[in-house]
Design a protein around this ligand. Structure first.
Ligand SMILES: Cc1cc2nc3c(=O)[nH]c(=O)nc-3n(C[C@H](O)[C@H](O)[C@H](O)COP(=O)(O)OP(=O)(O)OC[C@H]3O[C@@H](n4cnc5c(N)ncnc54)[C@H](O)[C@@H]3O)c2cc1C
Length: 319
C-alpha cells in the first residue's frame, strides 16, 4: 500500500504528530511524504529518518503562509501526477481544513478523528472512537484515494535512520485559492505551564458561578505550580478561553494531579482527563458523577474550600 503523509511544519521544524504518522505509515507500507511551504527544502531530509522513501516538495513563496486552499491545490496537483492509495493527515487546525477541502475537491471519503490505522487483508482500516470514546469502530473507505485525519498524539515518531529522495514539484494554483491573505498570526501569551505540559491542573466548572470567580482557581493553580483548565460549559459561556477546555471536544490531558472544582464530571469531560494520575474533586453535590471516578472527594462549597486549600498549600510550601 502506498501512502502519502502530509507534513506540517512550524518555525522550521516538522510537526511531531506528522512524524509519528509517517513512522506508522512506513510500518504499514511504502510511505512517501509531501512538504509544502517556503524555504522548506532543508526539512525534507529530516523526513527520511522517520521512514519516508520520497518527499515531494513544493518550495514556493505562495505556500509561505499557513493557508489551506493553496495547499489543497498543491495536493491536487501531486495526486494528478502520482497515484497513492491513501493520504494521511495528523490533526491540527490547518491539516483538518486541508483534508476536508481536499475531500470535497476530489469527491473522496475522509475518515477523521482516527486513533489507529492498520492494513487488513490488503485494505486500510481505521479505528474511530464513538459515543464519548466509550466504543471504537473500525472504519473503511469506499472511494479513492482514502483520506484520513488522525487524532493528535496518536503515534510517536520512531527514528529509523533512513534517507528520502527529494522530489520537487510545481503546484498549479487556482485564482480563488490565492484570494485569501493572512493578515496576522498571533499566539496567545500565557503565564505558567500550558495544560498539555502541566503536572498539575486545577480545572473549573460551572459551579464556580461566574467568570469573576476564576481568581479562586488561578490562585490555587499558582500555589501548586499548575495550569488552569475549564469545562465546555464554562468556555461556551465565555468565562474562560477555549484553549483551556478539557474533554471530548477539547484537549486530552494526563497531569499527575487534576483538581476538579465545581465540575459535575460528565462523560464528555471525563474522556479528556481520566488518565490523570490523581483526581481530586470538590463539589457540593455528593451525587455528582465526578465522585465515581475521583480518587479523593470533598463535598462542600468551593467558595469556602478552595481559598482554605490555597492557604494550606502556600503555608506548606513556605514551611
Ligand atoms: C457532543 C458533546 C461534546 C462535549 N464536549 C465536552 C468537552 O470537551 N468538555 C466538557 O467539559 N464538556 C463537554 N460537553 C458538555 C458536557 O456534557 C457537560 O455539559 C459539561 O461538562 C458540564 O460542565 P460543568 O461540569 O462545568 O457544569 P455542570 O454540569 O453544570 O456542573 C456544575 C457542578 O458544579 C457543582 N457546584 C455548583 N455550585 C457549587 C459550589 N458552590 N461548590 C461546589 N460545587 C458546586 C454542581 O453540583 C455541579 O455538579 C460536551 C457535550 C456534548 C453533547
Amino acid at each position: 500500500m502506498k501512502f502519502l503523509v502530509f507534513l506540517e511544519h512550524h518555525e522550521g521544524r516538522l510537526q511531531k504528530d506528522a512524524l509519528g504518522l509517517l513512522s506508522r505509515a512506513a510500518s504499514l507500507g511504502d510511505a512517501e511524504a509531501v512538504l509544502l511551504g517556503s524555504e522548506v527544502n532543508e526539512l525534507a531530509a529530516e523526513a527520511g529518518k522517520y521512514g519516508a522513501t520520497r518527499v515531494h516538495v513544493d518550495d514556493d513563496v505562495l505556500l509561505d503562509k499557513a493557508l489551506p486552499q493553496p495547499r489543497v491545490d498543491a495536493l491536487e496537483t501531486l495526486l494528478g501526477n502520482e497515484q497513492f492509495d491513501a493520504v494521511l493527515f495528523a490533526a491540527s487546525v490547518l491539516s483538518a481544513d486541508v483534508a476536508a477541502a481536499l475531500a470535497a475537491r476530489l469527491d473522496a471519503g475522509l475518515n477523521y478523528d482516527l486513533t489507529d490505522l492498520a492494513v487488513e487483508d490488503g485494505k486500510l482500516v481505521g479505528k474511530r472512537p464513538a459515543l464519548g470514546d466509550s466504543v471504537y469502530a473500525d472504519v473503511g473507505w469506499t472511494s479513492e484515494p482514502h483520506l484520513a485525519l488522525v487524532r493528535s498524539g496518536t503515534f510517536e515518531p520512531k527514528e529509523a535512520g533512513g534517507s528520502a529522495e527529494v522530489a520537487p514539484f510545481e503546484s498549479r494554483f487556482q485564482d480563488f485559492s490565492l484570494a485569501a491573505t493572512m493578515v496576522e498570526q498571533a499566539h496567545e501569551e500565557s503565564e505558567g505551564p500550558s495544560i498539555e505540559d502541566a503536572d498539575v491542573i486545577v480545572a473549573a466548572g460551572r459551579g464556580l458561578g461566574g467568570p469573576d470567580n476564576f481568581g479562586l482557581v488561578e490562585e490555587l493553580a499558582k500555589a501548586l505550580g499548575g495550569a488552569v483548565a475549564a469545562t465546555r460549559a464554562v468556555v461556551d459561556a465565555g468565562w474562560y478561553p477555549y484553549s483551556t477546555q478539557v474533554g471530548q471536544t477539547g484537549k486530552t490531558v494526563s497531569p499527575k494531579l487534576y483538581v476538579a472544582v465545581g465540575i459535575s464530571g460528565a462523560i464528555q469531560h471525563k474522556v479528556g482527563m481520566q488518565s490523570s494520575g490523581l483526581i481530586v474533586a470538590i463539589n457540593k453535590d455528593p451525587n455528582a458523577p465526578i465522585f465515581e471516578y475521583a480518587d479523593f472527594g470533598v463535598v462542600g462549597d468551593l467558595h469556602e474550600i478552595v481559598p482554605k486549600l490555597t492557604e494550606l498549600v502556600r503555608a506548606r510550601k513556605a514551611a
